[in-house]
Design a protein around this ligand. Structure first.
Ligand SMILES: [Zn+2]
Ligand SMILES: [Zn+2]
Length: 253
């Protein structure tokens, strides 16, 4: 494998930010290479109160049947099952995997920021995602940044598993051997993501060099990403704790 064998450290994994997660947008197509043959399954709460009201996800601490240490479950178990607030906080099944974000990016001539080719809201052509200026005659290259793909059963079971099985049967290739193009339409509850496998292409060592620093990139440790939050952390998140406060109780600066 061309990426660094040593996974990212515990503190580096803890300090990950939202920019290290794949985001799907109707504005442009996202191209990903899946790097782990098996995704990790986690049960995660979305806690909208956390991070000063911006919200954070937390892996449920109730990791074994009969375990009742999760402050979210404790708080909402007495609420009616169809209560909106209870449903919003309910743990959801998520799948987590390392990917190489291969989305074509270019540098905008107007604002000098990196951008994918955003659909022009006014019609033809593509525009910069940062400043909205038209991109003309730009050359694109894959972003090649290691990110975390975290999504639910709609994407993993209904699309990626189907692609994996079909490609294995048709070409004998594993899911880590070809890029997949994701096209998003709609937003919120109406959002649908369509995944389309590309022809198999082997990745080179250069593809794994950090586009900003030129250093070889390490993968995230899926075990660490699947690690349950402590009851203490979840309780603090319900009270609005920030990422910095949560890292502090774990002794991470
Ligand atoms: Zn829970
Ligand atoms: Zn721009």
């Amino acid at each position: 494998m061309p990426f660094s064998e040593e996974p990212r450290s515990y503190s580096d994994t803890r300090k990950r930010t939202s920019s290290e997660y794949v985001k799907f947008s109707p504005d442009y197509r996202v191209v990903l290479r899946i790097l782990n043959p098996e995704a990790r399954t986690v049960w995660k709460h979305w806690i909208p109160e956390a991070n000063g009201g911006r919200g954070l996800g937390a892996v449920c601490p109730n990791v074994a049947p009969g375990l009742n240490v999760c402050p979210v479950e404790q708080k909402y178990s007495s609420y009616p099952k169809d209560d909106a607030e209870r449903r919003e906080h309910a743990a959801r099944k998520r799948f987590v995997v390392n990917v190489l974000d291969r989305t074509p990016y270019t540098t905008c001539n107007s604002c000098s920021e990196r951008t994918p080719a955003k659909k022009n809201p006014a019609g033809l052509g593509k525009v910069c995602i940062n400043c909205g200026q038209e991109l003309k005659g730009n050359k694109y290259a894959p972003l090649n940044k290691v990110k975390i793909l975290e999504q639910g059963p709609n994407l993993f079971n209904k699309q990626l598993n189907v692609i994996e099985n079909m490609q294995k049967e048709d070409t004998g290739k594993d899911i880590t051997e070809y890029d997949i193009v994701f096209t998003t339409t709609g937003i919120g509850r109406d959002r649908t993501i369509q995944a389309l496998p590309q022809d198999p292409v082997a990745l080179s060592d250069e593809d794994f060099l950090n586009p900003e620093t030129g250093e070889a990139q390490a993968l995230f440790d899926l075990e660490l990403l699947a690690e349950p939050a402590s009851s203490e952390e979840v309780a603090l998140m319900l009270q609005g704790a920030t990422i910095e406060q949560l890292n502090a109780i774990r002794g991470i600066e």
